[in-house]
Write a protein that binds this ligand. Structure first.
Ligand code: CO
Length: 271
């Protein structure tokens, strides 16, 4: 009979990745908070974007895919790993991650059990918590009469429905909170149409993304004639960007941490 490995539990944080150095700060802030919540558990990282990993490697940084990160964790002797998806919605990146995890669980001399924590927005409770957190957080910079537009990524995956979904929850709470997406529905044009009927004194643009990376710098702000800031200014709507990723709002990270706690609990289910 093969000798039983000594159980060793680890955490794998998985994000899309970013090559923008300032944006990487959000990942460090998330890691510190996760480590504080689980001080005795080793944390590793995996990045789902191969383009980002390639860019990071070219600049001399090491970045592993979720599959490579899990293989390395197996070599390090981890027997149980809770993977936390730091994605915002359960789209392609998340579902690809599930497939990788399922294929890497229970391999000979590998990790015996791997569980995966939900992305930020998954259940009704997530939508309600995130709505409350964002509605409170915007009060730290907006004035009465200002609108806030959250810029999500958007996707052609069915889970794009989470963006109009969040718009519903936010709107119930505060009619001056809006959700738009770069690549899905609602679009920036949809948001501009609504803003023109509400006549806010000012519009704050905030990334609904884990980090304020490439999309925040190029699609939200930036001087390319196409940024949301410029589109709104052309419509006489004064807009200002807040370059902070969701990972820089500790209460948001706590939602991911709650999902991770569930995933860690599921590891223990079947030891
Ligand atoms: Co993108």
């Amino acid at each position: 009979m093969a000798a039983q490995k000594v159980p060793k539990t680890g955490i794998l944080l998985v994000a899309f990745g970013t090559s923008v150095p300032d944006a990487q700060r959000a990942y460090r802030q998330i890691e510190q908070r996760v480590q504080a919540a689980f001080p005795d558990t080793g944390i590793r990282w995996g990045f789902t974007s191969s383009m980002v990993r390639h860019k990071l490697e070219q600049s001399g940084q090491t970045a592993y895919s979720p599959a490579s990160a899990l293989a390395r964790m197996a070599d390090e002797g981890f027997t149980h790993v809770a993977v936390q998806s730091l994605h915002v919605i359960p789209g392609y990146e998340y579902h690809d991650l599930l497939r990788v995890v399922h294929s890497m669980q229970g391999l000979p001399k590998g990790i015996q059990r791997i569980t995966v924590g939900d992305p930020l927005l998954t259940s009704h409770d997530d939508m309600a918590s995130v709505t409350g957190i964002l509605a409170n957080w915007v009060q730290t910079f907006r004035h009465p009469g200002d609108a806030v537009v959250f810029m999500g990524h958007g996707t052609n995956h069915p889970s794009n429905i989470y963006y109009p979904g969040l718009q519903f929850y936010l709107g119930e709470r505060d009619p001056m909170l809006f959700v738009g997406t770069v690549e899905g529905y609602p679009s920036v044009d949809d948001v501009v149409k609504k803003l023109k009927t509400r006549l806010p004194q000012k519009v704050w643009l905030v990334p609904l993304m884990t980090v304020a990376g490439d999309h925040a710098l190029n699609d939200m702000t930036g001087n390319n004639g196409q940024s949301w800031e410029e589109i709104m200014q052309r419509e006489q709507i004064p807009a200002q960007a807040v370059l902070k990723g969701l990972g820089q709002i500790d209460e948001i990270t706590d939602v991911w941490i709650a999902h991770l706690r569930t995933a860690l609990g599921q590891l223990a289910d079947n030891r």
